[in-house]
Design a protein around this ligand. Sequence first.
Ligand code: PLP
Length: 407
Amino acid sequence: MDYTAQLDLRLQTLHSEGRYRTFIDIERENGNFPHALWRKPDGTEQEITVWCGNDYLGMGQHPVVLEAMHEAIDATGAGSGGTRNISGTTVYHKRLEAELADLHGKEASLLFTSAYIANDATLSTLPKLFPGLIIYSDALNHASMIEGVRRNGGDKRIFRHNDLDHLRELLAADDPNAPKLIAFESIYSMDGDFAPIEAICDLADEFGALTYIDEVHAVGMYGARGAGVAERDRLMHRIDIINGTLAKAYGVMGGYIAASYKMCDAIRSYAPGFIFTTSLAPAVAAGAAASVAFLKRSPELREQHQTQAKILKMRLKGLGMPIIDHGSHIVPVMVGNPVHTQKLSDMLLENFGIYAQPINFPTVPRGTERLRFTPSPVHTSDDVNKLVNAMDSLWSHCALNRAELTA
Ligand code: PLP
C-alpha cells in the first residue's frame, strides 16, 4: 500500500467536507484570561479574547489553585514517578480523592488522568464485574462513554436522546434478571440541555438498574457546593457512579468517578485504564484539590457564571440570533453548515479578535454545525459588548438567518 497516498486521501476527505481541524496557537497569560495572544502561522501575533474555553470559571488562573500547585512542586517535585499501584500514590492523590468523595456524598472516589479515561476505563470494565451487564446509553453521550461501552464486549442498547419512553421500552424488553446500567450525562455540552435525572433514576429503580452519570460540564458550576446538577436537584444519593472532570470548571486536569467504596475498589482493581498508567502529577492533584475545596464554598462564582450566560443569551436573542437556550451556561449559535461555521469562526478571529472554534461533525450531527460560546465570570461587560457587536455585524454581512430557535 502507498501509505502516504492513503493518508492524503483520508485528510482530503476532511478538507472537502469542511471539517479539517486546525489548531489555533494561543498563549494564555496568567491573570489576564480570557484575553490571550494568538500566535499566527505567519509569525505575527494578535490579542484575542477566548470565547470557547472550558475553563468555565477562570479557576485555571486562580491564586488559590496556583499557590497549591507551586507549593506541591516545591515540596515534592514534578511527576509522580509511577502508577497508582507502584509508587505513584501520594498524599496529594489521597487528599483529592477524599475531597471528591465528600463533594459527591459518596464513600469513595477514584482518580484518572482525565474524565475521558475515567468514562472509558469504568464503562469498559463494568461487564467484567457484572457478567451479562446490559448498558443503556443515551444516543448523545460523549465519545468517551461511547468508546467505553463499545469496547466492553457486553450488550448495549442506545436510547434516543433524553427519551424516557424509549428507555423504558428497551429496559422492559430485556430479561428482568439481567444486570443493567443506565449511562447518561447531566448536561449535554453541545446543546446545553439537561437530562431528566429523576425520571431516569425512577426507571432504574423500577428495572433494577445501576445509574452512571457524566457531570463533566456541571461539576464546579451547579449545586450548593458545586457537585453538579444531581446535587442541585438533590439526587446524588440515587446515582451509583458519578463521573467528573478536574479540567473544566476546576481549571486543572484529571478526571474521576465517585461511588461506593466497593465499586471504586473493584474498578481500581480491574480497570486497565486505571492500573497501567502513571498517576497524575502531585502538583496537579494539589491544584485540583484546592480548586474543588474553594468552589465548595464559592456560590458567588457560580451565580456570576449563570448571570453572564443569561446576559449573553438575552443579548444574542435580542438580535434574533438562532441560539439554543435550555437554561444552562452553554450558548450555542446554530449555523447548520460546516463551511459557513468555519468561515464565521475565521472572521470572528481575524477581524474581531474573538476566538470561538467551529463545532462540526462528529462532535455534533451533520447539519447542526455551530459556534459555541462559553461565557465566564472573568469575561467583562466590554468583552460581551464586543462579541455581541461582532456577531451582529457578521450576521448582516453574511446575510444569515435571524430566526430564533427555542428550547
Ligand atoms: N465527558 C464529557 C461529556 C465531555 O464533554 C468531556 C470533554 O470534553 C469529557 C467527558 C472528557 O473530559 P476530560 O477533558 O477531563 O478528558
